[in-house]
Design a protein around this ligand. Structure first.
Ligand code: TXA
Ligand code: MG
Length: 343
């Protein structure tokens, strides 16, 4: 199969790209589309055969359920029911954060095929705020299942070029919408009725932080729950988002004992020598997430891009500085810990 890439940076090109994407999706094909988080590999969520093509292209195991994107926030009921006991909270969250990078786990409607939810009674649902994605979803007027557009277990793509390197020859079309606004996958939340406040269980940290969620209930990270309290969270494998090159988070620069026969590449937060990392060895390549002061949103946008570049530079090992674990840093450290093959 030849993979075509269509750009969207002029109004006429956008129209052509959206038309082609809609045509393919309506015919049960898969298309890679930009979202505000990462690029997604989309298919008609209500067409099981189309969704099966996502799993095939990504080589994704079928126990790992997909996120469904509704065209508009009012369309939540296309795929999900809202239990009465959490309805006020769910409505407030949607009012505040949709369209945007917040995915909610809710009881699924019967029309959602089992392949989408890996047989679970729940569905993960969000509405994207990306202009290109929205045009496609709203023209098609259907919910779109769309996991990140990478091979299973590898680094999420934040550019059309990254999608191409992951899925070239496996999908018919990539719509190039430029760089992704956030650069990290959506925050996944399960709302649970509780007193005095509903519990907002964070299954995957992302651009909407625990701090952002505070006004709507009590945010709790799934890692903090006891085994018998944890909601099902398939797909959150410990090893995930992994570059092919071994990666280690170096908590302190003093802990580094480089092997003289190996080459190393550095993922640096600010690239500041005073942090103690930039001069440890002669790095084969150094990627700086946010030069100077270090700003977490800028670091997030560059995060997967930088990891991908380091993975491709040919070093024997990637060394990562630890990132500040607040705001978007929580989501980045989550991804880094999952990516770390050397502990
Ligand atoms: O930002 C995003 O969420 C991106 C863009 C494309 O929208 N999508 C994304 O999808 O990250 P994916 O497939 O890479 O991650 C989906 C994860 C699954 O691995 C699983 O952990 C969780 O969502 N998930 C999906 N359905 C679920 C369910 N019913 N219950 C619990 N977790 C679920
Ligand atoms: Mg993914």
């Amino acid at each position: 199969m030849i993979t075509e890439t269509l750009t969207t940076d002029l109004p006429d090109l956008l129209k052509l790209a959206v038309n082609d994407a809609v045509k393919l999706l309506a015919a049960g094909e898969v298309v890679a589309l930009p979202t505000e988080t990462v690029y997604g590999l989309a298919a008609d969520a209500l067409n099981a055969d189309a969704v099966a093509k996502i799993f095939a292209a990504k080589e994704r195991p079928t126990f790992d359920p997909l996120i469904v994107h509704v065209p508009h926030k009012k369309d939540l009921d296309m795929v999900a029911d809202i239990p009465e006991d959490i309805a006020p909270t769910v409505k407030r969250l949607i009012e505040r954060f949709w369209p945007g990078p917040l995915t909610l786990i809710l009881p699924k409607k019967a029309c959602v095929p089992d392949i989408v939810t890996a047989g679970l009674p729940t569905v993960a649902v969000r509405a994207s705020q990306n202009l290109v994605f929205n045009r496609v979803a709203r023209t098609l007027e259907k919910p779109l299942a769309a996991p990140s557009a990478n091979r299973f277990g590898s680094i999420s793509p934040t550019s059309a070029a990254a999608v191409l390197s992951e899925l070239d020859g496996r999908i018919p079309l990539i719509v190039d919408g430029g760089a992704c606004h956030f650069g990290l996958e959506s925050t996944i939340v399960k709302v649970e009725a509780a007193s005095p406040k509903p519990r907002l269980i964070i299954l995957r940290p992302g651009p909407i932080t625990a701090e952002d969620l505070k006004a709507y209930g009590k945010p709790v990270s799934i890692d903090k729950l006891k085994a018998d309290e944890k909601p099902e969270a398939p797909g959150m494998l410990a090893s995930h988002y992994a570059p092919r090159t071994p990666l280690r988070i170096l908590d302190s620069p003093n802990d580094f004992l480089p092997d003289p026969d190996k080459t190393y590449a550095l993922l640096s937060y600010r690239g500041e020598p005073e942090d103690g990392y930039t001069d440890l060895v002669e790095w084969k390549q150094m990627q700086i997430l946010s030069p100077g002061k270090g700003k977490l949103p800028e670091a997030a946008v560059r995060f997967f891009y930088a990891l991908r570049a380091l993975d491709e530079c040919g070093a024997d090992e990637i060394i990562s500085e630890p990132l500040p674990e607040r705001g978007l840093g929580v989501a980045m450290m989550d991804r880094l810990r999952r990516a770390a093959t050397i502990k």
